[in-house]
Design a protein around this ligand. Structure first.
Ligand SMILES: Cc1ncc(COP(=O)(O)O)c(C=O)c1O
Length: 362
């Protein structure tokens, strides 16, 4: 029967590569963080004559790029003796760092307490609770207000014995994760030919650590900051550090910083340029990635790809530009595939006509 089915003259080229090295983690779940595939975005790349690659960070055990920082926070704290068995990890997080911390902490026997802005997608809160975290969604107030979610997290940790505030914005173990893991992985995956790198900044750990590593290997690698409306990092880079101006807001979650965090301060001078990406372009790219590449990612990843295309277009033909596919669309799907939600944000009309079929929720 198989013979009959396949006995035509059709030739299919298989994408399966037997030489691909699957990894084994003898160290349990924490050892399974990182080593994600680097995916060439074929349709986009062919269209512009440059290779745009996305690092598939949604394939981390907790589903996002933040698993890397979470691993380093916990293991560096263990190494420095800042947390002992049975202790509590406390963090202020929009969600993904908390999810990463929850997975690594469960695997190592720690408790997790999370403070987060109450504007985040409800499914993120639910996921954290399902993972055993104590979660406190709190009203959004500026960082200099003592009621900001980060300060609440710090005070909570201070009030407990054997607790550690991971402090993702200013703890440099965040950036270290990307110097030690993300940067080297990308460099190896392209045999050192990395002409450009770009991604958006939340804490700045991913951009700074990866850019630092890549520029150390090859100072000619161009590193571009990619930002949503509402971020101050864009104007900071564009004015050589003179302005922190920000305006507007974005549907993306986890990026769009309002201050220069300690992680950002370390490496932001490495930025060759910055792109400010309007939400309309990010949402259109999100649908396009799904339709053309089969890639189902959240808003920050789509924004990153828009920036990667812009960056690639400033570089010679056949250049390799890498960006980060930070997480999947699952957590946000009830919003970004809902026609009424998109309309309420003024984004429905930004989706090309032939892609509107993906907005299947009311
Ligand atoms: C989906 C998503 N993308 C991007 C980022 C930004 O990464 P970083 O904090 O390393 O700058 C975050 C941070 O939480 C995130 O959750």
């Amino acid at each position: 029967m198989f013979k009959r089915l396949f006995s035509g003259t059709v030739r299919v080229s298989s994408s399966y590569d037997a030489s691909f090295q699957a990894l084994t983690s003898a160290k349990g779940l924490p050892g399974a963080v990182g080593n994600t595939p680097l995916i060439r975005l074929n349709r986009l790349s062919d269209e512009i004559g440059r290779n745009v690659y996305g690092k598939a960070e949604w394939m981390n055990p907790g589903g996002s790029v933040k698993d890397r920082a979470a691993l380093f926070f916990i293991e560096e704290a263990e190494r420095k003796g800042l947390i002992k068995p049975g202790g509590t990890i406390v963090e202020g997080t929009a969600g993904n760092t908390g999810i990463g911390l929850a997975h690594v902490a469960r695997a190592k026997g720690y408790n997790v307490v999370i403070y987060m802005p109450n504007t985040q997608a409800p499914s993120k809160i639910q996921t954290l609770k399902l993972l055993g975290c104590e979660v406190y969604p709190v009203p959004v107030v500026a960082y200099d207000n003592p009621e900001n979610f980060n300060h609440k997290a710090r005070r909570h940790a201070e009030s407990l014995e054997n607790a550690y505030w991971t402090n993702q914005f200013d703890n440099l173990d965040n950036r270290l994760a990307h110097i030690k893991m993300t940067g080297p992985e990308i460099y190896q995956q392209l045999n050192g030919k990395v002409d450009g790198f770009t991604c958006s900044l939340g804490t700045g750990g991913t951009w700074c650590g990866t850019s630092r590593y890549l520029k150390t290997q090859n100072p000619d690698t161009k590193c571009y900051v990619a930002e949503p409306p509402g971020s101050c990092v864009y104007s900071y880079v564009k004015t050589g550090g003179k302005s922190l101006e920000r305006s507007g807001s974005s549907f993306t979650e986890g990026i769009g910083q309002g201050r220069i965090t300690n992680n950002v301060a370390q490496d932001i001078e490495l930025a060759d340029d910055a792109f400010l990406i309007p939400d309309e372009e990010s949402i259109a790219m999100l649908y396009r990635l799904l339709d053309e590449e089969g890639i189902y990612v959240g808003g920050t990843s789509a924004l990153n790809v828009v920036a990667a295309v812009k960056a690639a277009q400033t570089l010679p033909e056949n250049s390799n530009v890498v960006t980060i596919l930070a997480d999947s669309a699952h957590k946000y799907s009830d919003r970004i595939f809902s026609k009424s939600w998109l309309e309420s944000k003024g984004l429905y009309s930004a989706i090309p006509e032939h892609l509107k079929k993906y907005a299947t929720l009311d």
